[in-house]
Design a protein around this ligand. Sequence first.
Ligand code: S0N
Length: 267
Amino acid sequence: MPPVFQDLIYTKQAGLAVVTINRPQVYNAFRPQTIDELILAFEDAWRDETIGVVCLTGAEGNFCSGGDQKIRGDAGYVDDRTGQGRLHVRQFHRIMREIPKPVIAAVDGYAVGGGHILHMLCDLTLCSSRARFGQTGPRVGSFDAGFGTIYLARMVGEKKAREIWYLCEQYDADQALAMGLVNKVVPPDQLLEEVRVWADKILTKSPTALRFLKASFNADTDHVYGLQAIAHGATHLFYGTEEAAEGRNAWREKRPPDFNAFRKMPW
Ligand code: S0N
C-alpha cells in the first residue's frame, strides 16, 4: 500500500509515480511536513520495482511557491508538529538527485523561490504555456545557494543565472524554453498527458542504462552537496537577522522591503 499523506497526493499507474504537492491555498508552498512527506513518497517510488519514472507537480494550477512564508520564523519554518524551526529542504533535494529513476517536473502556474529550485533539480521539466518561473530570495530576505546558484548557472549560463537571482523577476514559459530551463511547453490541459507520453518513452528504455546516465550527469555537480550544506547553514543563521526579517515581514505586509540600513556591514 502506498503511504497516506496530508500535504501530497501520491498516485502510481503503469510505471509512473505522480507526486503532487497539495497546498493550493498557498500556491503549494512547502512546510516542514511537506518536505518530510516528499521524502517518504520518493523513497516509496525508489523502492517500488514497478515504477520507472517519477513526476513532481503541484495541485490546482501552480507548481510550488517555495517555503511557506506565513510560518517562517527566525530559526526556519516552524513545524507545527513540534514547534521547531526547520530548514531541511536539501534532504529532499538529495533524494531527487539520487533516486535512480528519471524525475519529470510538470509545471503549471508558478514555480518560484524554493519551488523553482525543485523543478530545476528534476531531470526534465515539462511546463504549461501559463507557467511562470523565478527566484525571490533577495526580495524576501532569503537565499538558496548551492544547487540553486551553481546548477542554475550550468543550465542557463552565468549571466542569466545572476540576473535571475539579483533582479528577482518572473519569466514566462517561452522565455524559460529559450534559456534552457524547460524541455517543452504545452497547453495547460495537456500537461499531464505530455508527462505520460514522455514517461512511456522512458519506460521502454533500459533502467540500468538510465540509472548510470543519471548518476553520471549528477557527478558533474555532486561536489555542490558540501557547498549547499554550508550555504543552507548560512541561510539558517541569516533568518535570525533583522535584514532577513525585513524581507519576510515586507512580503507578509504586502509592501516593498527597505534593506538600505543593511548595506553598511563592514566585512
Ligand atoms: C507566487 C506569487 C508570485 C503569486 O503572486 P499572486 O498571483 O499575486 O498571488 P498572491 O496573492 O501573492 O498569492 C496567493 C495566495 O498564496 C499565498 N502564498 C503564495 N506564495 C506563498 C508562500 N511562499 N508562502 C506562503 N503563502 C504564499 C499568498 O499569501 C496568498 O494567500 P492570501 O491571499 O491568504 O495571502 C507570490 O505569492 C509570491 O511571490 N510568493 C512568495 C514566493 C516566495 O518568496 N517564496 C519563498 C522563497 N524562499 C524560499 O522558498 C526559501 C525556502 C527554501 O527552500 C530554503 C532556502 C535555503 C535554505 C533552506 C531552505 C529550506 O526551506 O530548507
